[in-house]
Structure formats: structure tokens, C-alpha cells
Design a protein around this ligand. Structure first.
Ligand code: PLP
Length: 435
């Protein structure tokens, strides 16, 4: 499947009024997944309108159950739990591999759950940012997540380059808020010979713009650049085909759309073609060592093939348990169905917000479904912080980014069309009161 085929198939006409929201909910095959989550409640006991799943996903009911199981097995078995726990700890991360692979469109050998996001980003750059005197630049998108900018700057510095020269930012055209694919491709075409690595947030955290990974990867490889993506805002959100898109590596976190809790474990993808490239420089640890001989404790490092070969430590089992609870839900729902619902849910939010009179809300996220996921980044007339207060006082949760961006992300696993209807109603009410 190519990214251009990922367009929505069933176009839908949105209608005003609560009846429409109720009808959409009643026809929604995924509606029962909501009850698999703990929805935060306001002081009066009412469920919140939760639209911050792009920042911290909600807790699956089973997270506690699965963590409790590990606590019990640890209490009962001590060290023997590594082999005898209901889910033995030695291979525990493997219980998440196939589900992670399906989530991002990868082969099992290409993915592993380990560490946290920025750690994985650095580990990937150790292997895939290998600058030379003439090819040393890193191309990123402007307004990249600050942590990613710090990470690439420090990698350039580590290799003896001045980040001001080595790190180049793709900027939007003047007067535009998002990037054009053609401009990204032109930069790669023109400057590719000096670019060692292209690293984009697959969905930009601020604008909500999703980039055409496949086109970027193709252009990058044509010019001999390696290409990686940060899927922090893409995993569990968009329909991904990482293997087919042919990116060299990707990383993502577990706590945004993936609902594995604050500071959750992260994912990592290394394309199959690198799976046996044992000569790639890498930072090693015993968990990346060939598992059949790991416990011989030999001094020479023999990495496992595939993404697992980048593991460092034996992983935190409670964290893996929480992520397992969430990945099971994604697996049951399937990303294809989730994405189909997400397009409708976010489209409905867009429709309602845009119909508030006097263009009170403007949306910087592209309208093109191929160029966005669940999130809409909005700007309102007047004072956005006042609107946030209004929303908060009605138990609606979304997030604010300086200077004036309110990000709203309906999550198809647990948000309903009625949630969207009520949320947009609160914004409309605020606008009517004069903003
Ligand atoms: C959320 C996010 C991060 C956060 O990094 P952690 O290592 O998980 O703290 C980094 N980059 C992007 C693009 C993000 O969206």
C-alpha cells in the first residue's frame, strides 16, 4: 500500500445537531472500547471530555491488572519469576513485538520495545548518523519538538560539528503555517549530497501536520541520505507501513496515543535491511546480545539480528505490562478501523469548530486527510487562555502550546462523536459570549 492509497474511502457528510452525534456513536463499531479505559472525572463525578490523548493517553483497565500480576508473581517467585512467572520476565518484551509490528506496519524483526523515546533516538543516531567531512548535515522540520532539536544538535557536536551549520531546518513558505512536500523534496534534491540524516517528526507535534514518509524516504535514499522518523505523534494515530515506506529507523513513545502511562516505554524500528549489519557502530548492552548465549556472560559482544540488537538493559517489567494492556486493545481494534473512525471523528470536530460564526476558530493543521492524524491545532480570536479556562471549568481537557495554540486530539479508542459535539458546543458558547 502506498501513502496515497491511505485516503479515506467513505466520504461522509456532517450534520449539525446532537442527533447526528448520537447516530454516529450508535453506528460506531469501536464504541465499546471506551469502556476499556478509565475516563477522568470532574469534581461532580461527570466524565471529562478528554481531548489530550496526544499528550497523555488514558489508562486501560487492564494496566492495573497486568501490573498487579507481575507484583504477585514477584512476591511469590522472587528471581524464579524470570522463568516461571505467568508471563516470564526473561522474554517479556517479546510478548509485545508482534503487536508493535502490526501497529506500525513492520516485520517483527524490525521492532522492539525498549527505553524511552529520546534514548532510542540517540541510539539510532549512533548507528545511522555517520557524518563525513562533506556529508554531515541533519535535515529536520522547523518547530521540531525541542527534545529532538537538542538531540540532533548534541549528536552533531559529538561528531565535532557546529550545530548551527550541521543542523538545517525545513521552513514553511512565508505566510504559511505548514510545510509543502514539494519544498522538502527540493531541499533533499538540492542539498542531499551534504545531508547525512533526515529526521522528521512524522506528525509535527505543534501543527499536527503529517509528512509523506514514503516520498521523503525515497528522495532521501536517492541522494544517499539515511532517513528516520519520530512517530511520537504518529504511532497509534496514523496507518503506518514503515517497512514499505522504507525508512531506515523510527522511534516512538508509549504514553501519547499508546496509553501506556506517564514515562512509558518506547518503541524502535530498524528496517530489515539493517537487521544483520553487525558492523554498524552501536552502543551495546547485554540485552542486545545474542540471547542463546547471553548468560554465558562472555566478554565479546554478539548483537542479535534486528531491532532487538539495539537493546541495552533488561527492561522494566511493570512498564511492559502497562504497554501490553494497551497494545492488546490496538490489536483488537486494528489500526485500519481506528484510522477510519479517526478521520470521521476529527473531520467532525473540524466541521463543528469551523462553523462557529466569524471565523472564531482557525485551524493550522492541514485539511488534507493524508497530511494529518487525529490532532487539530487551533487558534482562536481573542484570548486562548480564557477559552482554556472556560473549557476546564466544564471538565474539558485539551492542551495549550505557546503562544496561542490549542491542540485538540479526539482519540478513536475512547472518544465518542458526542464528546466532540459537546466540546465544540463549549467553544461555540464561549465565542457567543464574546470570546
Ligand atoms: C513527546 C515527544 C518527545 C518526548 O520525548 P521523551 O523522550 O519521551 O521525553 C520527543 N519528541 C517528540 C517529537 C515528541 O512528540
Amino acid at each position: 500500500m502506498t501513502s496515497s492509497e491511505l485516503e479515506t474511502k467513505d466520504k461522509i457528510t456532517f450534520v449539525h445537531g446532537e442527533d447526528f452525534a448520537r447516530k454516529m456513536d450508535s453506528e460506531d463499531n469501536l464504541r465499546d472500547f471506551r469502556s476499556e479505559f478509565l475516563i477522568p472525572r470532574a469534581a461532580d463525578g461527570k466524565e471529562c471530555l478528554y481531548f489530550a490523548g496526544n499528550s497523555l493517553g488514558l489508562q486501560p483497565n487492564n494496566a492495573k491488572k497486568y501490573i498487579d500480576e507481575e507484583l504477585e508473581d514477584w512476591a511469590k517467585l522472587g528471581v524464579e519469576g524470570h522463568w516461571d512467572a505467568r508471563h516470564p520476565w526473561l522474554p517479556y518484551h517479546e510478548f509485545l513485538t508482534e503487536m508493535s509490528a502490526r501497529l506500525v506496519g513492520a516485520l517483527p524483526i524490525e521492532v522492539v520495545v525498549m527505553n524511552t523515546l529520546t534514548v532510542n533516538l540517540h541510539l539510532m543516531m549512533v548507528s545511522f548518523y555517520r557524518p563525513t567531512k562533506t556529508r554531515f548535515k541533519i535535515l529536520i522540520e522547523q518547530n521540531t519538538f525541542p527534545s529532538d532539536k537538542y538531540a540532533v544538535d548534541s549528536q552533531a557536536q559529538f561528531h565535532g560539528f557546529n550545530p548551527q551549520e550541521a543542523v538545517i531546518e525545513q521552513k514553511p513558505r512565508s505566510g504559511e503555517a505548514t510545510l509543502r512536500t514539494e519544498d522538502i523534496l527540493e531541499t533533499i534534491e538540492k542539498q542531499g549530497d551534504s545531508i547525512a540524516l533526515i529526521l522528521f517528526g512524522q506528525v509535527n507535534y505543534l501543527s499536527g501536520q503529517a509528512f509523506d514518509m514514503e516520498a521523503i524516504a525515497r528522495a532521501a535514499h536517492k541522494k544517499g541520505c539515511t532517513v528516520g522518523f519520530n512517530l511520537a505523534h504518529g504511532a497509534g494515530n496514523l496507518l503506518l507501513k514503515l517497512h514499505d515506506f522504507d525508512v531506515d529507523f523510527a522511534v516512538w513513545c508509549g504514553y501519547k496515543y499508546l496509553n501506556a502511562g506517564p514515562g512509558a516505554l518506547a518503541g524502535c524500528f530498524v528496517h530489515e535491511r539493517h537487521s544483520k549489519q553487525f558492523d554498524l557502530p552501536r552502543f551495546a548492552g547485554w540485552w542486545g546480545h545474542d540471547k542463546s548465549s547471553r548468560f554465558k556472560m562472555a566478554p565479546d559482544y554478539q548483537p542479535m539480528p534486528g531491532a532487538e540488537g539495539w537493546q541495552l538493559s533488561n527492561p522494566p517489567i511493570f512498564q511492559l505490562a502497562a504497554l501490553r494492556a494497551s497494545l492488546e486493545l490496538f490489536d483488537k481494534a486494528t489500526m485500519v478501523a481506528l484510522r477510519a473512525k479517526s478521520e470521521k471523528l476529527t473531520g467532525y470536530m473540524e466541521f463543528l469548530l469551523k462553523s462557529i460564526p466569524n471565523e472564531f476558530v482557525s485551524i493550522m493543521t492541514p485539511a488534507d486527510l493524508r497530511a494529518r492524524g487525529a490532532q487539530l491545532s487551533t487558534r482562536v480570536k481573542g484570548q486562548p487562555k480564557k477559552l482554556l479556562e472556560h473549557l476546564q471549568s466544564h471538565a474539558a481537557i485539551c492542551d495549550f502550546r505557546e503562544p496561542d495554540i490549542i491542540r485538540v486530539a479526539p482519540a478513536p479508542l475512547y472518544n465518542s462523536f458526542t464528546d466532540v459535539y459537546q466540546f465544540a458546543g463549549l467553544v461555540a458558547e464561549f465565542a457567543k459570549q464574546g470570546g
